[in-house]
Structure formats: C-alpha cells, structure tokens
Design a binder for this molecule. Structure first.
Ligand SMILES: [Zn+2]
Length: 473
C-alpha cells in the first residue's frame, strides 16, 4: 500500500532521529581495532605511495576522526619501577642542529624512552599504562581487564588476528595476563582456555625453523605440545584451521564454525601478497584471515570485538628494510579495506566502530635528505616503487602516532584529546593540535560497546583505574 506524503516524511524524520540518536549515544554493536605494529608517522605515507602511487587514497583517508596520540609506557624499566614515561611537545619538534648521528635535537629526543609493543598493547587493550614487557598487568603485576573480556561480559564475541605468532605482544595485550611478554607458551595457553571465539596467527609448529634444522618442533606459540595435540585431535571446542584453503573457505562460507583457532603454515610471520607469486603462497593474506574472523564473530546477534594486527611492519622498521615495511603495510591497508567493505554492507557506521592506529613509531623513517632538512617528508616514486626515504634508527620511537576512527562512538576520541601540541599541526597540516593517548583506544571502545558515551565524556577524562581481570589457567 502506498503511504501518504506525510507518512513518508514522518518515517524519514524518525529514521534520521534514530540515526542521529544512535550516533550521539555512540553505541557500537561491533568494534574493530586494527593495529599496524611499529608504523611511524611517515611510514604510513611510504606505504601509501607504494600501494596507491600517491597520498589521499588510503582507506583511512575517508575516516571522520583523525588524531595524534602518545604511546609512552609508564616506565621503560621493569615491573614496579618509578614512572619515567612522558611526551614533551617542546622537545619533540626542536629543530636545533646538534650534529652527530642524531642531526637534530628533536630526533635525539624521540629516540629516548619509547614504549615496547607489550606495554603499548596493554595500554590500548586495558586502558592502563604499565612497564615495558607487561602483558595485561599493571605496574604491580596485577591483571587488568582487557577489551576482549569487556566484550564477553556484555554477551558479545571477541577475537584476535595477527600476521605474526598468535601469542605475540599485541594480540596478547588484548587477551592475556602475564608478567613478561616472552612467556609465549603461557600466553597461548591462556588464549586457548579463554572465552575468545577467534584466535588467528602464525606460529605453526609443523613449519618452524628449528624443525627445518632437524631439531624438535617448537610448540611454544601454540601453548606447548600437549595443547597442540588436543587441538589437532579435535579434543577442544576449537575448530583448527591451518591450510590456505581452510582460511579462504572460512572467508566465504555461509555456515562458519562456532569457534576458530587458525594457525597458518608459517612459523614467524605470514608472507605478504607481495612477497611471493600467488600460486606459491601456502598461507592466507591478512585480509582473508580478517574476513574469516568476522564471519565467525558476526554470528553473535549481540555483536563482537575484534583486534587485527599487521605485526611485521615493525620488523621491517627494526631491520631498516624499506621494502618489507611497505609490503607489510600495504597488506595491512588491504585488511582495512576488507573491514570497511564488510561494515558498509552489515549495519553501516551507526552500528560499527573501526579504530586504526599503531602501537609506536619505529625507525624514524623520514625523507631522503632528512639529515639536513628537519622532518623532510618522504618522496613518492610511483605505485609499486620504493619511495625516497631514510631511516634514522633501528629502534622504537617516542613520537606521536596517527589514529583514525570512524563510526559509532568515534567522536569520543575528540572529547578525550585535551592536550595541545602546535608542532604537530606545523609539520603535519590537518593534524592536531589536540592530541590524545593510546589508552583512549580502550576508553572509547569500552564506552562504545557499553553504549554510554555521556558517561565517557566525564569518566574517560579521569586516569584509568585498574580493573581486576579473570585470569585463565
Ligand atoms: Zn610494536
């Protein structure tokens, strides 16, 4: 039956009101946090030049919220040590020529006291600043609740996906609680015994390098030999996926399994789609893994939380390997494209929140003459070509990093960004001067999942209080 013009207008008005109410409340059914590990400010541009030939075509360029954030750890010493982490804008942009290997005072400042991936993942995953190497624990070693646990408490599903070993620092900071990041067996066991719905990452014991060298397989990334035997034998509630076809089928199936533990046939990291010809790749791409994870998680009518990590951009930066950095980043951009496409056909931006960022800078990758020109931009050389660039270190950097957010609750980041840094706007027009902190990822994600943006506006401005977590065995 045709409706009158008034009825139609009323329906449109009601629809608009509902949509704007949903946006204002910032309630997100699904929250997806995507972290490109170790991607410094200009590294994003290096990847965009390589992937698209020019800037402005990355998926994040269409995101509504973009914000610089600080990443420093509470302390770069050990557990319980006095806090020494900080970011000082007056020092970060100091272009005084000092000579030596640092060239400028600002470069020298940024190379000091950077966070590691564990403290940064814990800050983003739990809202609590802690010591370097800490996984989901505060500076006293006490477990603090992470976003996966927050989601599960709300009746949602939760998952973590990474291109590097599954108990590595970033997925671990969102899903486990241990005192030291290198306790891989313990972390993987906690993950296997948790209430997560999806765990995906490299570290398959059947292809590890130790075994290739004639030694016994290394089972630490899958929680030890006994845990692996249970997974392989179908003795758990996890569906184990290993082959590329397994993952590709998961990305397209209409009937996904209830829980997926996916360990592609890669020991330390999955190769990117640029590393090998397609017919030689035995592992899925990060984008395919991400699509598969979403297919499993989205079966829950209450929604889900997902953390996706491109883990090896960081490794390219540590090695000052520009080719590796841009190939890894490029596949990470592909994974963002996959998520955006899924959101647009599954509830849109009133129902979904995407946050894209990194855990810290690495390599201080700048333009080719940046030893003479302070913060010289990277120079694009066309699609598929390495840009003109220069690394200034092989370590993490305490620079501001880029964060983008789009969808339900994204604007909460702007409310939390109460610090000002004119330097960021001077050197990176369109960014700042307001800046936030990596703990805002937890605050905004939690508030968006709980649907309580008004509470976030006041509560989130206070320092996060550690919340006890339930620790797996
Ligand atoms: Zn990292």
């Amino acid at each position: 039956m045709l409706k009158s013009r008034w009825q139609v207008l009323l329906m449109v008005a009601a629809g608009l009101m509902w949509a704007s109410t949903a946006w204002a409340e910032g309630k997100a059914k699904n929250v997806i946090v995507m972290i490109s590990d170790g991607t410094g400010w200009q590294s994003w541009d290096a990847a965009a030049y390589y992937r698209d030939g020019e800037l402005g075509r990355a998926p994040t360029d269409a995101f509504k919220v973009k914000l610089p954030v600080t990443t420093y750890a509470l302390t770069d010493g050990g557990k319980g040590e006095q806090p020494n982490g900080a970011y000082d804008p007056s020092k970060a942009w100091d272009d005084t020529v000092i000579g030596g290997e640092d060239f400028f005072a600002g470069y020298a400042y940024l190379k000091q006291h950077a966070t590691d991936s564990a403290a940064a993942a814990t800050a983003m995953g739990t809202g609590v600043k802690t010591y370097n190497a800490a996984i989901g624990v505060d500076n006293d070693g006490k477990p603090v609740k992470n976003l996966c646990e927050v989601a599960i408490d709300l009746g949602k599903s939760a998952g973590v996906v990474t291109s590097v070993p599954l108990p590595h620092a970033t997925p671990a900071g969102f899903s486990a609680h241990v005192l030291q990041r290198d306790s891989y067996t313990q972390i993987a066991q906690q993950m296997v015994r948790s209430k997560l719905t999806v765990i995906m990452g490299a570290g398959n014991p059947m292809v590890d390098q130790a075994q290739a060298a004639g030694k016994n397989p290394d089972f630490r990334y899958v929680g030890g030999q006994a845990t692996w035997k249970l997974l392989k034998g179908g003795k758990t509630s996890w569906k184990l996926l290993e082959s590329r076809k397994d993952f590709e089928d998961l990305a397209t199936t209409k009937t996904p399994p209830a829980r997926v533990f996916g360990v592609p046939m890669a020991d330390s990291k999955i190769p990117t789609t640029h590393d090998l010809p397609d017919d030689q790749r035995t592992t899925p791409s990060l984008a395919v893994m991400t699509q598969g994870a979403i297919n499993v998680l989205s079966q829950n009518p209450k929604g889900f939380f997902l953390m996706v990590e491109g883990g090896a951009v960081d490794w390219g930066a540590h090695a000052n390997d520009l080719g590796m950095l841009v190939r890894e980043s490029s596949d990470f951009y592909d994974a963002i494209d996959t998520v955006v496409k899924w959101v647009e056909s599954h509830g849109g931006w009133d129902e979904n929140l995407i946050i894209v960022t990194t855990d810290h800078g690495n390599g201080l990758l700048l333009g080719p003459e940046s030893d003479k020109v302070f913060l010289q931009p990277i120079v694009g050389k066309g699609k598929g070509e390495l840009p003109g660039a220069r690394f200034h270190t092989g370590h993490h950097v305490n620079e501001l990093v880029r964060l983008w957010a789009h969808g339900a609750g994204a604007e909460m980041f702007l409310k939390l960004a109460t610090n000002q840094d004119p330097g960021v706007t001077k050197y990176h027009p369109g960014w700042g001067p307001a800046y936030g902190d990596n703990t805002d990822v937890f605050k905004v994600s939690k508030a968006a999942m709980e649907g309580d943006a008004s509470a976030c506006a006041t509560e989130c401005s206070k320092p996060a209080q550690p919340q006890p977590a339930t620790v797996g065995q």
